[in-house]
Design a protein around this ligand. Sequence first.
Ligand SMILES: *Cc1c(COP(=O)(O)O)cnc(C)c1O
Length: 396
Amino acid sequence: MEKRFIYADNAATTAVSEEVLNAMLPYFREAYGNASSIYKLGRDAQKAVEEAREKVAAALGADPKEIFFTSCGSESDNWAIKGTAELMAKRGKKHIITSVFEHHAVLHTCEYLEKHGFEVTYVPVSDKGLIDPEDVRKAIRDDTALVTIMYANNEIGTIQPIDEIAAICKEKKVIFHTDAVQAVGHVDIDVHKQGIDMLSLSGHKIHAQKGIGALYIRKGITLPNLIHGGGQERAKRAGTENVPAIVGLGVAIEAATKNIAERNAVIIPRRNRLIDGMLKLPYTRLNGDREKRLPGNLNISFEGIEGESLLLMLDMNGICGSSGSACTSGSLDPSHVLLSIGLKHEIAHGSLRLSIEDDVTDEDVDYILEVIPKVVERLRSMSPVWEKMMKGEKYQ
Ligand SMILES: *Cc1c(COP(=O)(O)O)cnc(C)c1O
């Protein structure tokens, strides 16, 4: 078996595509003007920014005036949540609804607001990793300022019933924000049709560079600024525009939202083959709903082993994956997402997430399915937990 290099961690970050890089390059050394300057060099930069804004808007079914560039997905989440909190607190609304398995950019922002006089309801998720819209409805109160529910989960890939949740929020006249960082480019999104009020996205998950994001804010919602200063982004988000990154995001989102169905038709069978192949091993389980999940995502728990050791062994075999999310790996706490769907700590610890795109070939799938059983067997043979399990002893 010849060693390969397989990048299967696109939920952590993606490579900047050739197309994106080429579109960005002129804006470093040729068209490097400040988009606020009035000479041609500046106006050209401004024009490039506005073209990118149109591309982002078109990809989401939004109006360009509703798109604000930010420095990342985390900033978009922070702005949407803190901004709405500040706005609605003035009307006496200091209650926020989110879910237990959001990305930390949302969860930690909500926890921060809890320390500043807001109340937060964390709706649960099912053992399949899905939110019940009725739980959201039940949680809404007269003083609810915001509902923020992620579009697709970054660890287990489950796609939430966003349309139903948005409809409930509309009926109850509550602002609805969704962190769609993992969903953009993998599922079709139309913010106006779907009734989404605010949506966060990030460039580096869709083949643009790290450090660029956007927030869609529906017309009619006027958030206070998160960053104060100059008049950029319609005086809502100060800071000289990162023109190359913005241009890159425009090209990236256009490419990512084109031919979604065709790409998924290639990715899904490969992903399913990986899932079925891994589930052939004993004491394994798939985390998250099988159908309502991102096309390239799989998350499997292998009982009796440590996810970190598994990742290192996969790395030695040229395979990049993840266990838990990149932000929390390195900590010994098991993933809050896996715990939220009811996994015991020791099972959550032995989990592997792969997030593939269409560059992972059928031969790559064969290779991964050759490597995994060997590595899992090896780790289990060295694992005291596994030994106890096999002797039928209970472990906690
Ligand atoms: C990656 C990610 C973020 C953070 O985006 P950055 O651009 O890295 O700040 C937020 N939410 C989800 C669901 C993500 O996957």
